[in-house]
Write a protein that binds this ligand. Structure first.
Ligand code: NI
Ligand code: MN
Length: 228
């Protein structure tokens, strides 16, 4: 059984028992998080892009747990320069790891590590299709709507889609419903909302919009989980 644990914002844990995959671990800076980064013990960390609300606590967690960081090439190399084990990939590519397969999908967004006085660009952002425990989970990353999402559902029968709904930086709820219609996942979970005032949304309204289209959705509160 695959457990999908929501840690808030765009951070999810996919756990199959033996393996613990953590995606976009922005924990200690997230005002809505209910765990501490120190409490998470992933075997692998998937990072969609370099922005602080996604790269988050990746370096600290990877150093402590020796987790393998899987990310777009430039971002993976950045993590390598900071001393963590990494596996660079890029959009359109897939690779079979010990836990299952990962494919990088496009995301319309930016990617940079932004420090006090400098911006370090870290290539192109991505989304992930993760195959684990016989299930297919799509994490869209930060992105606007794009019609090539149809190609994702043509290639994979998705069990779960994790879609941003926060608007401003990413899709808003209406666009996310159009995305969900293209993806046709068995269940859609909203993410990337309410963490900051500028991305405030009512996730239940998003679920109602999905249901009007005959799609199933579920809101997860931080530390709530779903079993597939
Ligand atoms: Ni971003
Ligand atoms: Mn973001």
């Amino acid at each position: 059984m695959l457990k999908i644990n929501y840690h808030g914002h765009a951070c999810f844990g996919l756990s199959s028992g033996k393996y613990e995959i953590l995606i976009d671990p922005f924990i200690n800076g997230n005002p809505l998080a209910r765990v501490k980064a120190e409490e998470l013990n992933p075997t692998h960390i998937l990072v969609t892009h370099g922005h602080g609300d996604h790269l988050g606590d990746t370096l600290e967690i990877a150093k402590r747990t020796d987790a393998l960081v899987i990310a777009p090439n430039e971002l993976a190399k950045y993590c390598g320069m900071k001393g963590v084990k990494n596996h660079p990939m890029h959009i359109g590519g897939s690779y079979r790891f010990d836990f299952g397969r990962v494919k990088l999908t496009p995301a319309w967004h930016g990617s940079a590590v932004i420090n006090d006085n400098e911006i370090i660009y870290t290539g192109t952002p991505c989304g992930f299709v993760v195959e684990i425990d016989g299930k297919y989970v799509y994490h869209a990353g930060d992105t606007g709507l794009f019609s090539d999402m149809k190609l994702i559902s043509a290639a994979f029968s998705l069990d779960c889609a994790l879609l941003p709904i926060g608007d401003n930086f990413v899709m808003g709820p209406e666009d996310a419903v159009l995305a969900a219609e293209m993806l046709q996942a068995k269940i859609t979970v909203p993410m990337h909302y309410n963490t900051f005032p500028v991305i405030k949304q009512d996730p239940q309204k998003f679920i109602e919009l999905l249901e009007k289209k005959g799609l199933k959705g579920k809101v997860l509160e931080p530390e709530e989980y779903l079993e597939l």
